[in-house]
Design a binder for this molecule. Structure first.
Ligand SMILES: [Ca+2]
Length: 224
């Protein structure tokens, strides 16, 4: 593949913690560079995968995480992926389809990048914050003009622990302006039920499929 084959100048180094992989999730290494790719689903139907860092993250401290995602299957591609903070452990794996791989992970906060319109969804290209592993009742959801499928996009998730404020930004890899899509008040430690949480990604397909990859993942203290 050549999408984003070169790491952009100024890109932060990838974060490569050891991963716990479940369901259809696998790890690949992109040819030509040292990039680890987390493949959550590989294009089959009714797939579900999760990948968790085995290094816990302290939710009492602010953090910022960035990654690039690429969801594609021709012009379609479902159901999407989620960045998830959870307190249930490295084997956590939720439901397929609109469950996006996190449905049923009760002690969790999911930030979903949703490419299929289920009944409670505003459209087939939106972000949402979902509590308690229940995608049928998102705490916050909002459409974005940044295409979430067909082309890779950059995402930035910023958590202010003191202010218990979660902000999520996306932008296309082509260098267009970043959009603040989600700005939501939530205390992650409270919702995950732990101070030291598992963080990672989930993804699923249903009657529509997609190959869903996450790469260039970084994690650190928020930048000023
Ligand atoms: Ca959906």
């Amino acid at each position: 593949m050549n999408s984003g084959g070169a790491v952009a100048a100024g890109a932060e180094p990838s974060w490569r913690p050891p991963l716990a992989l479940n369901g259809t999730a696998s790890v690949m290494w992109r040819a030509g560079d040292d990039e680890r790719v987390i493949r959550l689903t590989d294009g089959g139907y009714k797939q579900v995968g999760s990948a968790w860092s085995t290094l816990p993250v302290d939710l009492n401290h602010s953090f910022e995480t960035r990654f690039t995602a690429h969801i594609r299957n021709g012009k379609a591609g479902a159901d999407g992926i989620a960045f998830v903070v959870q307190g249930e452990g490295p084997r956590a794996l939720g439901g397929w389809g609109g469950g996006m791989g996190y449905r049923g992970i009760h002690d969790s906060v999911a930030v979903e990048f949703d490419t299929f319109q289920n009944p409670k969804d505003p459209d087939d290209n939106h972000l949402a914050v979902v509590l308690g592993g229940n995608p049928d009742w998102p705490a916050s959801s909002r459409k974005t003009s940044v295409p979430l499928k067909g082309k890779p996009f950059h995402a930035r998730v910023h958590y202010d622990a003191a202010g218990t404020r979660l902000r999520v930004y996306v932008r296309p890899v082509t260098g267009e302006a970043e959009q603040l899509v989600i700005d939501h008040q939530v205390e992650l430690a409270d919702r995950a039920g732990v101070d030291q949480a598992w963080i990672g990604f989930t993804g699923a397909t249903g009657d529509l499929s997609a190959r869903q990859d996450v790469y260039s993942w970084s994690l650190g203290a928020p930048q000023a």
